[in-house]
Design a protein around this ligand. Structure first.
Ligand SMILES: [Zn+2]
Length: 381
């Protein structure tokens, strides 16, 4: 978003910012890398207390996800009274101790800190919105899932997210809006990950080089073949992002491995690449190739159901005095798991920039607008 008028520095002592900043400071100072379950739990505990303060029913689900129910009890979810499902994650990409290099701080119109934009600000804004509803929840009530492992692929929470989607009529994902904009996320690419392991034959590189079968040479052939599977026009990208192999330089290497990041806009493309990966054949028949992995998150396609939900959000934003847009993005989220079944709108968290980067921050001048929008959506959706 560009604006010719320079926004004035907002009043940090006035609502909603005074509450939003207080709660954000609490969560950001509880560091929560995905790898540290105990640390992630401390964030979930803090948020669970906020939920209890609002008289929510709270539950610990299998795989480490917390469930908070507002205006609905455990046993609902019938066809007529399906819920509004809100997806949030408590983990961040930042290792323990990151706060010392990038402390929680307000500078002008920005508030910085590890995990602020992705997505502790989203959680804070959600609870501000829930409090603002003062118990007037939408038909069917609201179910919030706070998962522990979104940043590494949601392996432990995927099943509970998909089950919750069956009980939902609408899914709102409070990942941040598109960087440095007011844009929501109306679609996301599907994400895949493959590991290719090669086993060749070791031999003395000087004395008996022809007796060896180099796993590294084979990897070189395979890497080029795999990257040639990309089809950028269809939105399919294939990137070999990590390679290792060999050991002593005077040995024909018997071991090599490489890893692939895959992004696809359609399920068909995901299947095409998966089949091609499983059909990789060695250039040198003495080398064995083992392929594992696959499509982890299906594509979140920009569907009419999502666009209908977006149109509702756009109208609410106009009523609040700002112009809302939408974009399809390359990164995945837990919305990828629900979008194939339930109308899903993503990017309803805190606006800012710098996800997974040292300058991660939230824009204080834009944040209240997005919190008001989320409140209005939760009231009317
Ligand atoms: Zn996130």
């Amino acid at each position: 978003m560009t604006s010719s008028a320079q926004p004035s520095v907002p009043d940090l002592q006035a609502e909603p910012l005074v509450s939003l900043l207080r709660d954000l400071e609490q969560l950001v100072k509880l560091e929560s890398p995905t790898s540290n379950m105990l640390a992630v739990c401390t964030v979930q505990d803090a948020v669970e207390q906020w939920a209890k303060d609002l008289n929510a029913h709270t539950h610990a689900l299998p795989g480490g996800t917390r469930q908070f129910l507002f205006g609905t009890s455990e046993d609902t979810g019938s066809a007529q009274r399906k819920r509004v499902l809100v997806l949030a994650h408590a983990d961040t990409v930042w290792p323990q101790g990151s706060l010392s290099d990038m402390p929680f701080r307000v500078e002008g119109m920005r508030v910085y800190g590890p995990g602020s934009y992705d997505m502790k600000g989203g959680i804070v804004g959600l609870f501000y919105a829930l409090r603002s509803l003062e118990g007037n929840y939408p038909a069917g009530g609201i179910e919030v899932l706070l998962t522990p492992d979104e940043e590494i692929g949601s392996h432990h929470s995927r099943a509970v997210i998909e089950q919750a989607a069956q009980r939902a009529r609408v899914v709102l994902v409070i990942e941040p809006p598109v960087a440095d904009s007011h844009a929501l996320k109306s679609g996301r690419k599907g994400v895949g990950h493959f590991l290719v392991e090669l086993r060749g034959v070791a031999a003395h590189a000087g004395n008996k080089p022809l007796e060896g079968a180099s796993a590294i040479s084979e990897a070189a052939h395979q890497i080029l073949a795999v990257q040639a599977l990309a089809d950028p026009e269809k939105g399919t990208t294939v990137s070999v992002g990590a390679v290792s192999g060999g050991g002593a330089v005077n040995v024909i290497p018997a071991q090599a491995r490489f890893e692939i990041d895959l992004r696809v806009s359609t399920l068909e493309e995901g299947e095409r690449i998966t089949q091609a990966m499983q059909a990789l054949t060695p250039h040198d028949s003495r080398v064995e190739i083992k392929v594992s992995g696959g499509l982890n998150r299906p594509p979140f396609e920009r569907s009419p159901a999502t666009m209908k939900l977006f149109a509702q959000a756009k109208q609410l934003a106009a009523g609040l005095g700002f112009d809302l847009t939408e974009e399809v993005v390359g990164g995945g989220s837990d919305g990828n798991f629900t979008a194939p079944f339930v109308p899903t709108l993503d990017g309803l968290g805190a606006p800012g920039d710098g996800a997974h980067a040292a300058h991660e921050h939230i824009r204080l001048d834009r944040w209240p607008d997005h919190v008001r929008l989320l409140t209005a959506l939760l009231r009317e959706v």
